[in-house]
Write a protein that binds this ligand. Structure first.
Ligand code: MN3
Length: 200
């Protein structure tokens, strides 16, 4: 078994103008592909061969950091692509997810503001997340390749805030990227699927 770039459910130009085909090409075919190539080299004779990607993330974290960084980035990017769709975003969320956002995160508007703030205040490279921990939704932020798996939580939505995600389309304006991403690209049906899997 080796790590592979997963199929995308949409075309590279389908997220335009919020995320351009040029960004998609660099981000998937250069950045994500490089993490996959590194992960496939580093997993050899690591003792982690054959484990699930989630178990490799949890097991390699802090113990085989080079392997974790590359496998983690592969996991994180796969969740990032899965969490977007053309004509996404908006505040009409699937019912079970909306109910959890209301009870755990203070409703849609507060959740949106807190999520964007998490992405804005992640100093340097990293990620903003919705994750389930102890049965409840939480907003998290992590540095570099870290993800909620290594914090005892299950990710349900990943937002990349590394500069390579937004520099072509938004230059240095991370807040503009975060707002556009949140309002126009999130695949809330995917988030609900992940939420149901994490809480069932
Ligand atoms: Mn990235």
């Amino acid at each position: 078994m080796s790590f592979e770039l997963s199929e995308l459910a949409y075309a590279y130009d389908a997220l335009d103008p919020y995320m351009s085909a040029e960004t998609m090409e660099f981000h998937r075919d250069k950045h994500h592909a490089a993490y996959i190539a590194n992960a496939n080299n580093l997993i050899k004779n690591s003792g982690f061969e054959g484990q699930s990607i989630e178990d490799i993330c949890r097991g390699a974290y802090g113990k085989n950091q080079a392997l974790f960084n590359n496998v983690g980035q592969h996991y994180n990017h796969t969740e990032f692509w899965n969490g977007m769709k053309p004509n996404g975003g908006g505040n009409k969320l699937p019912g079970k997810l909306q109910a959890a956002i209301d009870s755990d995160l203070g409703g849609y508007d507060k959740m949106r503001a807190d999520f964007i703030n998490a992405g804005m205040t992640q100093f340097g490279s990293g990620w903003a997340w919705l994750a389930v921990k102890d049965g409840k939704l939480e907003i998290m932020k992590t540095a570099n390749a870290d993800n909620p798996l290594v914090m005892g939580a299950q990710p349900v939505l990943a937002c990349d805030v590394w500069e390579h995600t937004y520099y072509i389309d938004y230059r240095n304006m991370r807040p503009k990227y975060l707002e556009a991403w949140f309002d126009s690209l999130i695949n809330w049906e995917y988030v609900e699927q992940m939420f149901e899997a994490a809480t069932s």
